[in-house]
Design a protein around this ligand. Structure first.
Ligand SMILES: *Cc1c(COP(=O)(O)O)cnc(C)c1O
Length: 477
């Protein structure tokens, strides 16, 4: 193992230099074609090579070309800077390399604990067994909607696992207009059909309209369909809007529907005392999807699904006959009985390390810093006459556009469509774009890196204005 020890030390030095140096480099740069080609055309090696050489190759060919997340001025999509503690956790987890499907080893018990910690951070009830780590929120959503489908079918006297959907009257679900594409993907995959996942209209700030939801449910019932599910957002990906969760939970309680909340990006926003009141009702959901690999900075991949009823989740996925169940872990059985994956990676160690390194207080401080910086960004945008804030900043996302007075609307849409890439290529900051309700092209900045400072925000504003002016001129405005 001397090879591993020596190369491992070199690797840690390399990574420490990489992480230290991120802030001094361009946030992102298009890859140099030769460097790209070198990676694409790598021949399958005939003979093996030493660990030291491999570490050197990583330093030469891989680390110089990052995605950009990690830099304090990366505001794109919802991609986090990795927490250093989480990086070490990932390394140690790889060295142990268990399958966290189940059994009696440290990783399995640690996963029980970190899932409980995540529930405690988010303020969600947590009976033992009521959740598991997943590859991300997309997988968490599939698991949650699978459990919802199973419960709905049982209420109709059908075991959907045996009989399939054809044994059921048509089930209908509802999701807000701003819901993430993973919800539709899960509905498609589970055979529910995306046409039977109704789109509930949103108010101008992007919140699902509970009154419209009620009307849609009544119309579907009158037509002989079977409503079973509502998906609400605790932080939409476009503007960070948090739905009126209490009002949606009231509808679900009256109508006996499964309430799933997508908190992939935003659930941990509840730790900010300013934003916390918006999350009232979060604890009333039947299931909650979260992404520790977003706001917590746990290295990818790590999502989490929490459910109210662990037995229902197990009933939806377990393929172990009850007489063979391993009741070791307090009768909870194996994680693989609660979801889709069989061999499961040791995700919990990087979660444990990330949360333990900051503690609840440190995490809450970081979250509150991000939301405060996002509100500050909203003010900076408001203060520029050629920028327009497109939605209130509720959590840590600001959506805005470049809109100097007098420029024709059609031209401005083209400018704003091209803006994110123009800003990215300048290398000083990184934002992405989106299209908001009504077809408005927007630039969207997501703040989940606690290292962000006000000067970083000023760079972002200046870069968007400069790139916007250049694009407008180039397009003849
Ligand atoms: C990121 C995200 C998802 C999807 O999660 P993955 O971890 O990418 O699978 C779902 N919903 C929201 C709101 C998100 O931000």
């Amino acid at each position: 193992m001397d090879d591993f020890r020596t190369a491992g030390r070199a690797a840690v030095d390399l990574l420490a230099d990489y992480l230290d140096g991120l802030g001094d480099r361009p946030v992102w740069q298009p890859m140099d074609p030769a460097a790209r080609e070198r990676l694409l055309a790598l021949p399958l090696p005939g003979a093996g090579r030493g660990l030291a050489e491999l570490v050197a190759d990583m330093g030469a060919d891989v680390l110089p070309h990052p995605m950009g997340n990690g830099h304090p001025r990366f505001f794109g999509w919802v991609n986090a800077a990795p927490a250093p503690a989480g990086v070490l956790g990932a390394l140690a987890a790889a060295a142990m390399n268990p399958s966290s499907a189940g059994g009696d080893h440290a990783d399995v018990h640690l996963e029980r604990t970190v899932v409980r910690w995540i529930a405690e951070l988010a303020g969600f009830p947590h009976p033992p067994g009521a959740g598991l780590l997943t590859s991300g929120a997309s997988m968490a959503t599939i698991v949650a909607l699978g459990a919802a489908r199973h419960r709905a079918a049982l209420r109709l006297g059908v075991d959907v696992r045996e009989e399939g959907l054809s044994a059921l009257p048509p089930l209908v679900g509802y999701a807000g207009a701003e819901s993430h594409s993973c919800v539709r993907k899960a509905a498609e995959l589970l055979g529910l059909g995306s046409r039977r996942l109704r789109t509930v209209p949103s108010d101008p700030a992007g919140h699902l309209d509970p009154a419209a939801l009620r009307e849609m449910i009544a119309a579907d019932r009158a037509a002989g369909l079977v409503p079973f599910l509502v998906v609400a957002s605790a932080g939409t990906v476009n503007t960070g809007a948090v739905d009126d969760l209490d009002a949606v939970a009231d509808v679900c309680a009256e109508e006996q529907l499964w309430l799933h909340i997508d908190g992939a990006y935003g659930a941990f926003g509840v730790l900010d005392p300013v934003a916390a009141p918006r999350y009232a009702g979060l604890d009333r959901a039947d299931s909650l999807a979260l992404d520790p690999h977003k706001w917590l900075g746990v290295p990818v991949d790590c999502g989490c699904v929490l459910v109210r009823d662990p037995d229902g989740l197990r009933a939806a996925f377990s393929l172990v006959p009850s007489y063979l169940r391993d009741e070791n872990a307090g009768g909870l059985g194996w994680f693989s009985e609660y979801g889709i994956e069989q061999t499961r990676p040791f995700r919990s160690l990087k979660v444990w390390a990330t949360i333990a390194a900051s503690g609840r207080e440190g995490i809450a401080r970081d979250v509150a810093h991000c939301t405060a910086m996002a509100r500050r960004l909203g003010e900076l945008v408001d203060a520029e006459p050629d920028l327009e804030l497109l939605a209130p900043v509720e959590t840590s996302i600001a959506a805005f556009r470049y809109a100097p007075a007098g420029a024709p609307a059609e031209l401005l849409d083209r400018v704003n469509q091209g803006l994110p890439v123009a800003v990215q290529e300048r290398g000083r900051t990184f934002v992405t774009g989106t299209v908001l309700a009504g077809g408005r092209e927007a630039v969207r900045a997501c703040l989940i890196n606690p290292a962000v400072t006000e000067p970083d925000l000023r760079v972002l504003v200046a870069e968007v204005r400069a790139a916007g002016a250049e694009l407008l001129a180039a397009l003849g405005g």
